[in-house]
Write a protein that binds this ligand. Structure first.
Ligand code: DGL
Length: 238
């Protein structure tokens, strides 16, 4: 069984890619809405939260974990990999897939942008024409799902970057608002890490003999117990 977690429903963008590549597996999707947003928390908080979730998912029978959250991946993946023996797959902002030095905007949470992991990635692939933008509060607005508020937020934060060609969606919530970003910036090329992470998961599962190829089953858990989240989750998954 594959355990997938995020601070909310954002990780559905990763789960969708996983389902295309690994359709006949059992999944638990753990949406930690009660602790959303992770992006404004301290590293210790993010590590503690992620540790509890991974322990829970392993207790449920997961044999591999996919961290469908850039923030938890950047902050907690080393800790989790040292502590647990099952494979822990982590996502990262898809900055290295930007193929040119056109003007680029990287959108991610504060914790991701400020993390050592992201700094290393950025310095390695720096195209010398990039703006790094911490989008505090944006994941919460996406959870809330109010389009007007999202557009208002984007106008105030990314509106001034009209003319950028590349936008790296460095938080798994952001692919859910590609239309709104396009409304504010015009046509841009988007880069997100979900397909890459799904492909990598398949390779790791093959290497570790974890593919069951039986029947697809998805269990959804939301820590806020808010019924609307479950509805939204299945709607987004379609
Ligand atoms: N979806 C998460 C990410 O990919 C985090 C959003 C948040 O809780 O701040 O970074």
């Amino acid at each position: 069984m594959i355990g997938v977690f995020d601070s909310g429903i954002g990780g559905v963008t990763v789960l969708k890619e996983l389902l295309k590549i690994l359709p006949n597996e059992k999944y638990i999707y753990y949406s930690d809405t009660i602790n959303n947003p992770y992006g404004d928390k301290t590293s210790d908080e993010i590590i503690n939260i992620s540790d509890k979730i991974v322990k829970y998912l392993i207790d449920q029978g997961c044999t591999i974990i996919v961290i469908a959250c850039n923030t938890a991946s950047a902050i907690a993946k080393d800790y989790l990999r040292n502590k647990y023996s099952i494979p822990i797959i982590a996502i990262e902002p898809a900055y290295k897939t930007v193929p040119n030095s056109d003007k680029t905007l990287v959108m991610a949470t504060k914790a991701t942008i400020n993390s050592d992991k992201f700094k290393i990635l950025f310095n390695r692939f720096d195209n010398h024409n990039t703006v790094l933008l911490s989008c505090s509060g944006l994941a919460d607005l996406i959870e809330e799902g109010n389009k007007d508020k999202i557009i208002g937020y984007l106008d105030n934060t990314i509106g001034k970057y009209k003319g950028v060609k590349n936008v790296v969606l460095g938080c798994t919530h952001y692919p859910l608002i590609k239309n709104e970003i396009t409304e504010v910036l015009g046509k841009v090329n988007f880069y997100d890490g979900s397909l890459g992470v799904a492909k990598h998961t398949k390779v790791v599962m093959e290497d570790n003999n974890l593919i069951t190829n039986t029947k697809q089953e998805i269990t959804f858990i939301d820590t806020s117990n808010n019924k609307n989240k479950e509805e939204l989750f299945y709607k987004l998954l379609k």
